[in-house]
Design a protein around this ligand. Structure first.
Ligand code: SF4
Ligand code: SF4
Length: 167
């Protein structure tokens, strides 16, 4: 029939006009996003154990992790994500055993200059040699004190046990 397409089209238009709106006036209004939305990354430096699982999981080599060893512990020097190569696939977040890496709901990451795109979470200088030595000495003393306390506790337990037998 002549004009059938036009009627169909207008029906859809009218339905959209009087039906429930599915758009919002961004940026004045923002949709309530689901909890699992992949927005900006969050990184918890204190929770991170520098295991490198996120770095290995990333298919696009987005994450740079640099560490130094101080008193048998790893100290993070750099944790940086080059977001322009990120697929937001979530493999890094899923691989993290300590929940140190996750997503926020904020998706506004635009920058005028691409140099500003990388997300730098940690960028620190290595510790000076004297500071490293001091921390290593402290850790050594703490380990020795712990060992001595354990041995004293063991000796006391053995003494208590022998007194119990005698009694
Ligand atoms: S979301 Fe995917 S691409 Fe982006 S940093 Fe994580 S693993 Fe790499
Ligand atoms: S996987 Fe998690 S704990 Fe391991 S280096 Fe990455 S952010 Fe840190």
């Amino acid at each position: 029939m002549f004009g059938e397409g036009l009627i169909k089209g207008l029906t859809i238009t009218w339905k959209s006009l009087i039906g429930k709106k599915i758009t919002v006036l961004y940026p004045d209004e923002i949709y309530s996003l689901p909890d699992r939305f992949h927005g900006k990354f969050r990184f918890d430096k204190d929770a991170c154990i520098s295991c490198g699982m996120c770095v290995r999981a990333c298919p696009n080599k987005v994450i740079t992790l640099e560490t130094e060893k101080v008193a048998k512990k790893k100290r993070i020097l750099k944790y940086e994500m080059d977001i322009k190569y990120c697929l937001f696939c979530g493999l890094c977040v899923e691989s993290c055993p300590k929940d140190a890496l996750g997503y926020e709901k904020d998706f506004e990451m635009c920058q005028y200059k691409w140099e500003k795109l990388p997300m730098v979470f940690v960028d620190e200088e290595p510790l000076p040699a004297e500071e490293k030595e001091r921390l290593e000495e402290e850790a050594k003393k703490a380990a020795e004190a712990k060992k001595a306390a354990q041995e004293a506790a063991k000796a006391k337990a053995a003494e208590d046990a022998s007194q119990g037998k005698e009694g």
